[in-house]
Design a protein around this ligand. Structure first.
Ligand code: FAD
Ligand code: NAG
Ligand code: NAG
Ligand code: NAG
Ligand code: NAG
Ligand code: NAG
Ligand code: NAG
Length: 525
């Protein structure tokens, strides 16, 4: 997709944006003294731009999409989330729900009122049932921390600062454990949800099963405010290693025939790994004129003595890897070694990611995957990430639309300056289009990952949701009939019709572009 036409239209749209922002900014945020004092009296917090804690609370993980809310409400108890929702809904004040702040589209925030989960941090483990209940303000590092003395793992983010709810509602894969134990959404037993009017309901296979189905794959910010959820945890015993360790391996090829190396890998998947879900891979590819390498991280969830014999026929083929190392790692070790431990926010780099859910990878797709680093006057680094997800989805009765895929091909694009935004986003979107074109003859790409939400994606409805779109809209109509939980790439109720969808998707692009170009220049915060 070429985004240049948007830029040509800026003057008029910026004017309109200002108008709209002025309207949004005129929230009645000062006319809720009871709501605010109630939240504070129960240990919560209310933050405005002038408060010292505001900046840290409002900062998003990715600086390229930073937007500053007018008011942040941080309730500490569920009743105050309810009160906030019923009060704001009645007053027609629009909100966004904020969790771990990793949304690539910045959809957890906006220029208005934000309902932030950061004071809902309780974690309760039931060892007998092998379940864990997490409140919505919990992030994955906190869960790994409470599990670290045990032999248990959970399907959580490799990036430990990701929020548990946002991750799970969009699918949630852990490239090291998901082939063994499923996606995060496969592991949820129960949600507790506050609806737009403040009513709190339970969603499980027994209670409100339509909502339970829709929450698992429908994505964050759509059906209600998830207060807490209960997930299965898994004891690692098949590896016969102590402390819940798993065999973690790292295989690299450098300055060799990388295409041949990847073709050999695909044959190994087809012949061995597809049938053996103990094997996981997360593959990084980097190609520039100076350096070309493949780095394959993976795990084997079985006795280590079986690993070498399984891999032998593959790794003895040419080109042979330069390095092949095996370690004994716990989930916490893996998060430390290959996760992105960045604290506090924000990271210095500006980022954009695109995703392609693929059934298979063909030779022509490999040519696009192995393209050299993007050409641009500003430096842009492209980190190709191929996540192997064959047979990852274990529960087919969810809104996860990709039970048939084997890969998420998801390169991240990284740059550092505001004036690189246009070139970087264009490089990312045009790369994505080239991959789609290469995959078209074999129909290898069937969608895109909702958790790598991309404000520039055309046809996002069918790319994220595939055949589930209509059913999700029907369920939305029941649980949020007036479309209170709303954001540019959100699911509309049936009654709102497609007009509204067109309107918001157009504005979403403008809003993001506008945010990137204008707000990032304000350094007063
Ligand atoms: C560095 C990095 C690494 C990542 N790695 C992985 C990975 O390994 N695997 C993977 O599957 N994904 C990964 N992701 C994607 C990640 O899962 C999504 O970005 C996810 O949506 C982030 O959730 P959050 O709570 O941190 O973000 P937020 O931006 O706070 O929330 C994301 C969305 O969910 C909504 N939301 C948040 N809390 C609630 C709630 N309580 N109730 C209802 N809606 C809510 C928000 O409104 C927003 O629309 C990664 C992202 C980043 C930036
Ligand atoms: C966390 O939850 C447990 C059990 O539900 C409860 O006993 C405990 O008081 C809670 N802790 C906090 C800090 O809310
Ligand atoms: C994997 O191996 C490469 C090359 O030896 C090394 O640079 C990298 O740090 C290793 N990564 C991990 C997580 O072990
Ligand atoms: C991992 O554990 C196995 C079994 O205890 C042991 O043989 C092996 O040496 C360990 N590997 C490393 C890298 O420590
Ligand atoms: C980058 O530029 C080089 C040299 O001009 C060219 O050969 C190459 O095809 C370009 N790559 C892309 C991805 O456009
Ligand atoms: C890839 O998958 C598509 C869709 O299932 C299928 O039609 C095609 O034959 C497959 N191609 C290869 C090369 O496996
Ligand atoms: C809140 O909304 C739900 C779903 O529309 C509805 O079932 C419920 O009765 C409403 N609660 C109140 C108190 O109006």
């Amino acid at each position: 997709m070429n985004i240049s036409h948007i830029h040509r239209q800026w003057p008029v749209h910026i004017l309109l944006m200002f108008l709209i922002i002025c309207l949004i900014d005129d929230t009645k945020s000062d006319s809720f003294p009871t709501l605010e004092s109630t939240i504070i009296s129960h240990g919560g917090q209310v933050l405005r731009v002038t408060d010292s804690q505001y900046k840290n609370a409002a900062t998003l993980w990715n600086p390229a999409i930073q937007v500053w809310p007018s008011l942040i409400l941080q309730p500490a108890i569920y009743d105050d989330v309810s009160l906030a929702l019923s009060t704001l809904y009645s007053a027609k004040v629009s909100i966004r729900i904020m969790g771990g702040r990793h949304s690539y589209g910045g959809y957890c925030s906006h220029r208005g009122v934000v309902l932030d989960s950061s004071r809902l941090k309780n974690i309760t483990i039931n060892w007998e049932d092998e379940t864990i209940t997490m409140q919505s303000g919990v992030v994955w590092s906190e869960v790994y921390d409470v599990l670290k003395e045990s032999e248990y793992i959970i399907i959580g983010g490799l990036c430990p600062s990701v929020g548990v709810v946002g991750f799970t509602l969009g699918g949630g894969y852990n490239s090291m454990y998901t082939r063994s134990y499923g996606l995060a959404l496969d592991n949820v037993l129960k949600f507790t949800v506050a609806l737009y009017n403040g009513t709190i309901v339970t969603a499980s296979s027994q209670m409100n099963p339509d909502l339970y189905w829709a929450l698992r794959g429908g994505g964050g910010g759509n059906f209600g405010y998830v207060l807490e959820m209960t997930q299965k945890i898994h004891r690692i015993t098949d590896t016969k290693l102590p402390s819940g360790q798993i065999s973690f391996f790292n295989i690299t090829w450098e300055n060799q025939d990388l295409k041949e190396a990847l073709l050999n890998w695909l044959i190994f998947l087809n012949d061995v790994a597809d049938m053996d879900t103990r094997i996981s891979f997360d593959v990084i590819v980097y190609v520039s004129s100076e350096r070309r390498f493949i780095m394959m991280w993976g795990t084997f969830n079985g006795p280590q003595v079986e690993l070498q014999p399984l891999f032998n026929s593959w790794l003895t083929k040419n080109p042979k890897p330069d390095t092949f190392s095996i370690f004994n790692y716990t989930q916490m070790d893996i998060a430390r070694k290959i996760g992105i431990l960045i604290n506090p926010f924000p990271v210095r780099e500006r980022q954009h990611i695109v995703s392609a859910m693929a059934i298979n990878i063909t030779s022509t797709m490999l040519d696009v995957i192995l393209e050299s680093q993007p050409n641009s006057t500003v430096p842009i680094a492209q980190f190709m990430d191929i996540i192997y997800l064959n047979n990852a989805n274990k529960d087919k009765n969810t809104a996860w639309p990709f039970p048939d895929i084997s890969f998420d091909i998801a390169p991240g694009f990284v740059w550092t300056t505001l004036d690189g935004d246009y070139a970087a986003i264009n490089a990312a979107e045009s790369w994505w289009q080239r991959l789609l074109n290469a995959a078209a003859p074999t129909q290898s790409i069937v969608g895109a990952y909702l958790n790598y939400i991309d404000p520039y994606m055309p046809n996002w409805q069918s790319m994220y949701y595939r055949n589930n779109w209509n059913r999700l809209r029907e369920i939305k109509t029941i649980w949020d009939p007036t479309w209170y939980f709303r954001f540019p790439q959100g699911i509309p109720p049936i009654t709102q019709q497609s007009l509204a969808t067109k309107f918001t998707s157009k504005w979403s692009i403008l809003a993001i572009t506008f945010t990137i170009t204008v707000f990032s220049k304000f350094s007063y915060l």
